[in-house]
Write a protein that binds this ligand. Sequence first.
Ligand SMILES: [Zn+2]
Length: 539
Amino acid sequence: MSGFDLLIRSGLLVDGTGRPGRPADVGVTAGRVTVLAPGEAPAGSAAHSAAEVVDARGQVVSPGFVDVHTHSDGVTLLGAEGGGSALVRASVLQGVTTEICGNCGSGLFPALPERLPAMRAETRITFGGDVGAYANFASFAAAHAGVPRANHLASLVGHGTLRAGVLGPVDRPARPGELRTMCALLDACLAQGAAGLSTGLIYTPGSYAGTDEVVALAAVAARHGKPYVTHLRDEMSRVEEALEEAVEISRRSGAALHVSHHKTAGRYAWGRTERTLPRIAALRAEGMDVTCDVYPYTAGSTALSAMLPPWANDGGLGALTARLGDPAQRDRMRRAIAEGVPGWENTVGNGGWDRISVACAPRHPQTEGRTIADLAASAGADPLDVAADLLVAEAGEVTIISHSMVEEDVRRVLAAPYAMIGSDGVPKPGGRPHPRWAGTFPRVLGRYVRELGLLRLEEAVHKMTGMAAARFGLTGRGVIRDGAHADLVVFDPATVADRATFTDPLLPPAGIGAVVVAGAVVVRDGEETGARPGKVLAL
Ligand SMILES: [Zn+2]
């Protein structure tokens, strides 16, 4: 037998299937794994020589983590000069070897050629730099060929982007011909290797679509054997109705259902996971293929503009800022938040401006980390006016943190046997992004496995690896067995912990020693090596 490129010796192998850990050595040759009995590869033996040896005594060796829910579509494309490198690093240092982007209905493709310039202008604002806009998955993947990355990237097709790319940002049903075009673009992207269809039914322009439109598109995903992945139309007081819409879409289309970042947020929905989770369990017992993902925090993060009634966002960011300049329109928005609008989630009406803090406002860093209520009190102004002024001054693009959940709900979802882990990270340059982008996976392993005993180690690793890979068709990943792709993490179960906080959100975790992607060591002793073996994965 020839030597290995890499040999990870004397670790506890937690293989991603959920089975109990066992002592083993792991050899890597040409990017593929060989599992060896402990001691089968004695130090210095010619039969099992290795170019590099990692000593994993006292450590867990597991498959690389699959972050099933990111908004990292454009980050590598920003490049080092655009501030992308530090943001990409945060994901790799927490052990993520594959990110799945294109979530919540939003991505960088597809669009009809004539819509690409407008889409490019929007994505420049959304992603904090010029990351481009692409006709399809293949051109998105090709754009990454010139920007090497440390870990792998897979992408869903975002329904909102697809809709804007065919109809533009308009509030009306798709005409039959437009829907046919959307289905054809989706079909082509899925054939090229996109991972599935995502929706963000609280966000414009996805929110303009009725159930039938989404059923037609999900049926295309079903034909490819790929999942329908959804940010529900409501995650607050009407979360159960929104879940039923998703169930209907799955049933009518035949697509497997995956509920993104499942939560029941806002004071009227706290505790509602005691109803949504049994409902999902019952559907699974009936044979329906339904799963979800979750991040281990009681705060979410989204766009400040999503705090405004849906009509405020009609026509895109330019139209939004124009509306915000009109005092009469502001009064209409104030009333809508106070009184509610049928079919609209209304985060602020469900919680209050004191639960909304500014995460990223590049031109107003002094506002970052402060709540809108606090900023309003300091200025002696109405909170809606403070939010509106900030949006106008930032051309519509401000990211917020919303402290909208309770711990009991988060724990219930984490413990659900069909819930996998996704960071929902929204990496963009500057500001104070949600710490989940740098802390999600070590937080689950440190806080919820070691400290609270909510999950067994093997169970948590399965949620981060094998379960995720199976859901998203990452063949040969997410498990450690002979012949599997060598995407691996070595971590210390006694010390692994997140260190990223709301004030210091990109602090790397403790206890993640080594990360291996495609057989190359990308993190050694907790530091990036500079290796860039990552690829855009066509699934
Ligand atoms: Zn979402």
